[in-house]
Design a protein around this ligand. Structure first.
Ligand code: PLP
Length: 355
């Protein structure tokens, strides 16, 4: 694959803004695009200034939502270099999502080369503040100009870069969450384990309901019995039982989170036990009340770990760990962010250094 580079002119180039970035509202100077057609396969990639592209409103993704994406981050190391974290896993998950959504897969090496080339060009956009990072958003959409064909004969791949602060403006502090027992996120056999836009669009109404009721996020239950805890918003969910980290199994409805997987490995390495099992919401509430379950948190790339201090379920609020960050939650957070930012040695070979 060739990558042609059309750099932004120096008078139009912007610098990383000072101060707060928020999450996903600011984009770096460049973006990468690459097209696919059934006849030609994948074309060469192009890096160009970030900005609008010409498109027809008949583009099929706008009608049928045939799209997938990934979310990963570049972290500034203390030595000034840049770390990517388990990027190979994001690239593999991207192709799994592509298969599920009938989009073309991309060679893993070429995908990595595209990400690294773009980051090298916009390296100054990786913040050096301790909690901030550069969010990387590879996306693939069906781009054929038709509202009649349901197969992507043409597809558009692109990568955007966005400097971000911690996902929750409250930082690493407990949030309150609402256990949703009416709306569901995903059903077995559906597309819950694919990172596709429809899953997120489908979650908006329930999230809005939770926010209006004074909570930050929704905890999803399984779609059949509304009984087993699956995920929290766009994150996986974990509970601490004494020395054990417990999380829901990957049953096909849950996104297989890379943070979740990393925490299971890390926890074992740190001497904790881990268990993947169905988590019955009634048992969980009883376990929190009786003090058997001592900590709760959600995990994902955006927030890394979000401690949970309050769970609202069927009109009752249950407080977890006195609404404070628990010891295992903090330990895992410090270790994982330490590896991601290169503050502690990476004993797992998870990071790829750039620069
Ligand atoms: C629905 C959902 N679950 C879980 C996760 C966590 O996945 P990861 O740790 O790979 O970011 C995400 C974020 O990507 C998500 O969107």
């Amino acid at each position: 694959m060739k990558i042609s580079v059309n750099s932004i002119s120096s008078d139009q180039a912007r610098s990383l803004p000072d101060g707060k970035f928020g999450f996903g509202r600011i984009f770096s100077n460049h973006m990468l695009t690459r097209t696919f057609t059934d006849e030609t396969g994948w074309q060469d990639a192009e890096i160009q200034p970030y900005g609008p592209i010409p498109m027809n409103l008949s583009m099929s993704v706008l009608h049928y939502g045939q799209e997938i994406f990934e979310g990963t981050k570049a972290y500034r190391r203390p030595d000034g270099k840049i770390n990517l974290f388990r990027i190979d896993q994001n690239i593999k998950r991207f192709n799994r999502s592509a298969v599920r959504m009938e989009l073309p897969i991309m060679d893993e090496e070429e995908h990595l080369e595209a990400i690294v080339s773009l980051i090298e060009l916009d390296a100054s956009w990786v913040p050096d503040s301790p909690d901030s990072s550069l969010y990387i958003r590879p996306t693939l959409v069906s781009s054929e100009n038709t509202i009649g064909s349901l197969n992507a004969n043409e597809a558009l791949f692109f990568i955007l870069l966005s400097p971000v602060d911690p996902y929750f403006a409250t930082g690493f502090n407990p949030i309150s969450v609402f256990v949703e027992d009416e709306y569901v996120r995903a059903v077995r056999g559906g597309v819950g384990e694919a990172k596709t836009g429809g899953n997120y669009a489908a979650s908006l109404h329930a999230t809005d309901k939770a926010i209006k009721a004074g909570y930050k996020q929704v905890v999803w239950l399984d779609a059949i019995e509304r009984r087993y805890v699956e995920e929290m918003g766009g994150m996986n969910i974990c509970f601490v039982y004494g020395n054990k980290l417990v999380t829901s199994p990957l049953t096909g409805t849950i996104l297989p989170g890379i943070t979740r997987d990393s925490l299971l490995i890390l926890a074992q390495d740190l001497g904790y036990e881990t268990e993947e099992r169905m988590i019955d919401i009634h048992e969980l509430i009883a376990d929190i009340k009786s003090g058997v379950c001592t900590e709760a948190f959600a995990c994902g790339t955006a927030a890394v770990i979000a401690p949970i201090g309050k769970l609202g379920y069927k009109g009752e609020d249950v407080i977890v760990n006195n609404n404070e960050v628990g010891a295992m939650t903090r330990h895992l957070y410090d270790e994982l962010t330490g590896i991601q930012f290169g503050r502690i040695p990476d004993r797992f070979g998870w990071t790829l250094q750039i620069g």
